[in-house]
Design a protein around this ligand. Structure first.
Ligand code: NAD
Length: 696
């Protein structure tokens, strides 16, 4: 049963029950509508309480119904909210857990709202490229000050509960017994002779809406970087505030229908589902018991080890950091303390919480000190011999059943596991830098990794607030293997005639967080130079990059040396064009006999993103990634790929795989053609008119 009603002392309690989040699917809407009609008809009932559970009032619309007939089948969300609004008997929303999106709209359709301590109330629709067209965008700026409503809607973040009370969004906050409190609240209303109080009848308070919205619009035009939903939300807010309620609602509905069918929202919904899907590992038995993780250890107190230790401390897990060098441990602790202190200074962490987290981090100089850890993450130098030595030692000192994880970026997890007598306990846990900030965790499954080790590491990722994506063993796993192909195309584009700054600008204005050349300068061009030299020496996975080698030979390592692909003045991070680099590129092209041509921004985007998608397809084909959406999840969470483009695989889908395959064929017969080996999966799907991912 999706909705039930219980009557006691003239008060009806309607409870909605559609696990896990009380999503407003058609069958729930139908059931709720029936109960509301019954409550309206029954003369014994004088007031109504609408409640979900303590954990979830309502998580909003059922996203899977978006764009389908079901979402527009009556009663639509908007009809239910009208029904609440028009009730002649006061309705109290009793909010436990969260009221988000359509869930908050439902609560705003009620006449009063009380919330359980800890509840989250917000309209996050903008993050899915849509808007709160179930009346939220009309009602929020009527019940709270317009500027506040605009702020919360454009950011898509929950309203802090104490602020919600202060602003009048909720009438009361209770610590416990939500249903009892709501019924008592309803009785109090009746007792005081208070009836319905419709938000639609309230008048938005704002002195100069025209000037305010004009200012906001020009601010947003700059910050929304080509995204459509932010400006569309602002337009709807302006109509809501300046026009009659129903006019605003019609305008929002029409805008919603356009947005939901558009490319941006489809991509954002894909990004949302890709993240959820990544957690599912089909070949792990559903009843796999997880290993308990109460204590952790990290080996290596460098950049990564320190960040990983913070991840554990942030999740409340005690962690011991081991390094062979005392000064490395001291530097690490000082860095962690400084990082937390900066968060405290920004008001995002209390001093007490900082102290608590720091108290969870301990240090040691000997591997034998990790014997009580349930998981040990190795983050020493990227050198197979050193890693094998560390794992052989861990094998001797770690307790039975401890998970032995490596943070290697490129090395073979199977070979690392072979240094132990327990390869089933060995797995890759590839964090990204800075580890305490980046959301991606690639979990690398060795050929012997035990199912419960895989399941526990994936679950641990979630506990650490990461998006964990499972990958198989190969050079670079999912993310860095694709990055290599992307880098190759950026260099071909330079050969052809594009400048590093044109490439960076084109990709950033398309939505990437950073261009590849500015990124190289930030990370240090010498890092990949060393990797290339090493690979050339061992004769494996080597891709020449003569121009980048030359750059490093000139000592242009990047920001740290004040010059790289760009020059940097007086310690500034602003990249400036350097004639020395231009001359180097000109000479390089001349040595290849290339006459530079005009390269369009479209060609830059297509070559770079299709190179990612093509390699992504090979990765799926080889079973390194479980599914195409996992490749997208990796790029969205670890490589600054814009969510509103949906990831490289989704972008290729939307472009049309036949067209993508056609472009690749053209490039194969042109300069740099040998860099393209089209994936079978791509060609196959292109021939069938298929897609890597589902459509929305
Ligand atoms: P780093 O050089 O900053 O730190 C390595 C630390 O390990 C040093 O403090 C060193 O003293 C310590 N160490 C070396 N041998 C040791 C041993 N036998 N026992 C204990 N401690 C030892 O390196 P990093 O950048 O933090 O990288 C560590 C690992 O993480 C590498 O495998 C790297 O490929 C991987 N990784 C790095 C990044 C990144 O962006 N830096 C990203 C992902 C993964």
């Amino acid at each position: 049963m999706a909705a039930s009603m219980h009557i006691e002392d003239t008060i009806a309690t309607i409870q909605i029950d559609n696990p896990p989040v009380n999503g407003l699917s058609l069958h729930l809407r139908q059931a709720l509508s029936e109960k509301l009609a019954e409550a309206e008809r029954n003369p014994e009932i004088r007031a109504v309480v609408l409640i979900g559970s303590d954990k979830a009032f309502c998580g909003g619309a059922d996203i899977r119904e978006f764009g389908t007939d079901r979402s527009q089948t009556k009663p639509r969300l908007r009809d239910i909210i009208d029904q609440l609004d028009q009730s002649t008997k006061p309705i109290v929303a009793a909010i436990g857990g969260f009221a988000l999106g359509g869930g908050l709209e439902l609560a705003l359709g009620c006449h009063y709202r009380i919330a359980l301590q800890g509840a989250r109330l917000g309209l996050p629709e903008i993050s899915l490229g849509i808007l709160a067209a179930g009346g939220g965008i009309q009602r929020l700026p009527r019940i709270i000050p317009v500027e506040k409503a605009v702020d919360f809607i454009l950011k898509g973040v929950p309203v802090p509960l104490s602020e919600a009370l202060q602003l009048g969004l909720v009438d009361e906050i209770v610590e416990r017994d939500l249903v009892l409190a709501a019924r008592t609240f309803a009785k109090g209303l009746l007792h005081a002779g208070k009836g319905v109080r419709r938000i639609r009848d309230m008048v938005p308070r704002m002195a100069d809406p025209k000037g305010y919205f004009a200012r906001k619009r020009s601010e947003l035009a700059k910050s929304s970087r080509g995204r459509i939903a932010p400006l569309a939300n602002l337009d709807c807010l302006e109509v809501s505030v300046t026009r009659p309620f129903d006019e605003g609602q019609d305008y929002s509905t029409a805008t919603f229908l356009k947005l939901v069918a558009g490319a941006e929202s489809r991509a954002l919904r894909h990004s949302f589902f890709a993240e959820r899907e990544a957690a599912k590992v089909p070949d792990l038995p559903a009843d796999t018991t997880l290993r308990p993780i109460a204590r952790a250890a990290v080996i290596g107190a460098g950049t990564m080890g320190s960040g990983i230790a913070m991840c554990f401390a942030n999740a409340g897990i005690p962690v011991m950091v081991i390094d062979t060098k005392q000064d490395a441990l001291e530097r690490s602790l000082a860095g962690i303390t400084k990082n937390y202190a900066a968060t405290v200074a920004k008001g995002r962490l209390s001093q007490a919480e900082m102290q608590h987290r720091l108290s969870l981090v301990t240090t040691g100089l000997h591997l034998s000190e990790v014997s009580s850890a349930d998981i040990i993450v190795e983050a020493v130098f990227e050198d197979m011999e050193i890693k094998k030595l560390v794992f052989a030692q861990l094998d001797k000192v770690a307790k039975p059943g401890a998970i032995l994880a490596t943070n290697t970026s490129t090395l073979d997890v199977n070979e690392i596991g072979s240094a132990t007598s327990r390869p089933r306990d060995v797995i890759g846990a590839h964090f990204f830098s800075p580890a305490n900030v980046m959301r991606l965790l690639e979990v690398i499954r060795g050929k012997e990794s035990a199912p419960d080790v895989i399941a526990t590491t994936m679950a641990l990722g979630k506990k650490l607030g990461k998006v964990a994506v499972l990958a198989g063993v190969c050079d670079g796993f999912i993310g860095n293997r694709i990055l290599e192909k992307y880098r190759v195309q950026t260099m071909i584009l330079v050969d052809l005639g594009a400048s590093p700054q044109q490439i960076d600008r084109a990709l950033v204005s398309w939505g990437l967080a950073m261009g590849p050349f500015a990124m190289g300068d930030l990370a240090g061009n010498d890092v990949s130079w060393l990797v290339r030299k090493h690979r050339a020496k061992i004769g494996r996975n080597y891709t020449p990059n003569p121009l980048a080698d030359q750059l490093c030979e000139m000592g242009r390592f990047g920001q740290k040396t004040g010059k790289g692909w760009y020059r940097y003045e007086g310690g500034s991070r602003t990249p400036l064009v350097d004639p020395e680099v231009e001359a180097m590129i000109d000479a390089h092209r001349a040595s290849l006999g290339i006459k530079p041509r005009v390269v369009t921004d479209d060609e830059i985007i297509e070559r770079c993103i299709f190179a990612m998608a093509n390699e992504g397809a090979r990765i799926v084909e080889e079973g390194i990634a479980l599914r195409s959406s996992d490749v997208d999840a990796v790029y969205l969470n670890g490589y600054g790929f814009p969510a509103h483009r949906g990831g490289p695989m989704f972008f290729a889908d939307e472009f049309g795989l036949q067209q993508v395959a056609g472009r690749i064929r053209d490039w194969m017969s042109a300069y740099g053609g040998s860099s393209w080996v089209p994936a079978e999966l791509l060609l196959d799907l292109a021939a069938k008119g298929g897609r890597f991912n589902g459509s929305y």
